[in-house]
Design a protein. Structure first.
Length: 142
């Protein structure tokens, strides 16, 4: 499983909790070579699929335990579902936006401790690789 984490430059708290995505069976060789473009595309498609799954789960009303209610109160939001937000996500547009943001310097990609700068250069992705997305803070007035 490929582990994904994200940080904002200058902040200690991560942008989101680590999550993992499976690598396709051809990642060990024989298939298309891995490029940063392919890796970003894979990450975005997996997140779009996870978002859709979360949206489906929110449609169902859930009975919450006392512990779940307490946890929700501590976080500031108790959510028992039961709503359809009708949010549509186009995977192709999401991939295009992520690639454009990388090209525009909005975020950096670090694969196993090495910054990746070229979308089309071949990279080596292992099943235990770690990808860190670093969102750069924009300077105001600059």
């Amino acid at each position: 499983m490929l582990t994904i984490d994200a940080k904002v430059l200058g902040k200690k708290k991560p942008l989101f909790s680590d999550w993992s995505i499976p690598l396709p069976p051809d990642s060990g060789g024989g298939g298309d070579p891995w490029t940063l473009r392919r890796l970003i595309t894979r990450i975005v498609r997996e997140e779009v699929a996870a978002f859709r799954e979360r949206q489906e789960e929110r449609k169902v009303i859930k009975v919450l335990t006392a512990a779940q209610i307490d946890e929700g109160v501590a976080k500031g939001k108790v959510d028992m579902g039961g709503r359809d937000l009708q949010q549509k996500v186009d995977p192709e547009a999401a991939v295009a936006a992520a690639l454009q943001a990388f090209e525009d310097g909005i975020y950096l990609v670090v694969l196993d401790g090495a910054e990746q700068r070229d979308l089309d250069k071949e990279i080596h992705v292992q099943p235990d690789s770690r990808v860190t997305l670093v969102r750069l803070a924009l300077l105001s007035g600059g």
